[in-house]
Design a protein around this ligand. Structure first.
Ligand SMILES: C[S@@+](CC[C@H](N)C(=O)[O-])C[C@H]1O[C@@H](n2cnc3c(N)ncnc32)[C@H](O)[C@@H]1O
Length: 217
């Protein structure tokens, strides 16, 4: 049985066709994060997120789960007109993310918030053209109603790791102690795929990504 750890995500990320185009400084910060087994988006995931951003050209991006800020920084550098709000609950990750944003010169366009994503989203105002949901998987379904309010029409909600370990797809048996997590992810996938206000595709990128676009009704 696969251990419930992020480590596998980081070691298997090298992919010939999915090599994110990053500045040398950001690539170095990312490699440093990988070497310390900090959970950072794998190559294919990051390429996918950046390709979505290139299509949407978001003005406002929300990321839940900053870790050390690699994806937020990649988005800020790839979308020079975008403002990124990113939320992280671990102090040491938040501190390193802020340091990364400073040294990459993107701090004026990145609002890093230290706190619990569930609490922070209730305080945010306005709407976002892109939301990258990449924090506690067990909370995805609970956050969904508020994230739909925060998403602009035509905006995209990307939920990462929804096919984690093949549990939700039925490819692997769910370990007993992970049944609750698997159930919450299934509830999230059922909710977004049945929602008439969203158009959703679940794609096999990284550990699975649900891509939900908010329709203009
Ligand atoms: C997979 S990592 C994020 C990686 C990052 N998005 C990237 O691509 O570089 C998930 C992060 O979410 C944070 N996290 C988990 N639950 C959270 C919550 N409820 N609120 C805020 N952050 C949370 C974890 O501390 C961890 O740093």
């Amino acid at each position: 049985m696969q251990e419930f750890s992020y480590a596998h995500r980081n070691t298997s990320s090298k992919d010939r066709w999915n090599t994110p185009q990053l500045t040398p400084e950001l690539a170095a910060a990312r490699e440093s994060a990988f070497s310390r087994e900090i959970p950072v988006a794998a190559d294919d995931t990051l390429c996918f997120v950046l390709a979505q951003a290139a299509a949407i050209k978001p003005r406002r991006v929300l990321e839940l789960g900053t870790a050390v800020g690699i994806t937020s920084a990649a988005l800020a550098l790839a979308c020079p007109h975008a403002h990124i709000t990113t939320v992280e609950r671990e102090q040491k990750f938040y501190d390193e993310a802020v340091q990364n944003f400073n040294s990459l010169g993107i701090s004026p366009r990145v609002c890093a918030i230290l706190g619990d994503a569930g609490e922070v989203i209730s305080t945010l105002s306005g709407q976002f053209d892109m939301i990258f949901l990449d924090c506690a998987k067990v909370q995805y379904v609970k956050y969904l109603p508020r994230l739909k309010e925060l998403l602009s029409f035509g905006g995209v909600l990307l939920a990462d790791d929804v096919l984690l370990y093949g549990w939700a797809s039925g490819e692997a048996e769910v370990p007993k102690k992970r049944k609750m997590l698997a159930q919450h992810i299934e509830e999230y996938l059922s909710a977004v795929t049945a929602d008439g206000e969203l158009v959703t595709a679940v794609v096999k990128v990284g550990d699975g990504m649900a891509v939900s676009v908010k329709k203009q009704l």
